[in-house]
Design a protein. Structure first.
Length: 102
C-alpha cells in the first residue's frame, strides 16, 4: 500500500477486474494497470473498471478514464449501479486495511 501512494500522496488509483476479483493498485495511470490485467492475468477489457481511494475524504471513488466506453459507459464515472456496486464491493473487500495507512 505504501508503494501505491508513491505517485499521489493522498490518492491511490485502483483498477479491478470485477469478474475475476483481481485488484491492481497504484501507478500513474489506470491504463497501465489495465494493460497488466489484460496481458498478465488474461482479463477481459469489459470486466476492468477504475477508481481510487482518497485519503483526505476516506472515500472510494469510481471515476477513471478507462471507464469511458462508447456503448456501455459514456462517463468517467461507473454509471451502471450493478457494476459500480461490484467494483466498490470488491475493492473494499480487498483493501480493508487502507485506513491504517493515513
Amino acid at each position: 500500500m505504501r508503494k501505491a501512494r508513491e505517485e499521489y500522496r493522498d490518492y491511490i488509483k485502483i483498477t479491478a477486474d470485477i469478474k475475476k476479483g483481481i485488484v491492481a493498485i497504484g501507478g500513474e495511470y489506470h491504463a497501465d494497470a489495465e494493460q497488466l490485467l489484460l496481458k498478465e492475468f488474461g482479463c477481459k477489457q469489459r470486466d476492468i473498471w477504475g477508481g481510487g481511494y482518497n485519503f483526505q475524504t476516506y472515500q472510494f471513488e469510481t471515476n477513471a478514464i478507462i471507464n469511458l466506453r462508447s456503448r456501455t459507459n459514456s462517463s468517467l464515472e461507473i454509471i451502471d449501479p450493478k457494476i459500480r456496486e461490484a467494483f466498490l464491493g470488491l475493492v473494499k473487500k480487498k483493501l480493508t486495511s487502507i485506513r491504517r495507512l493515513k
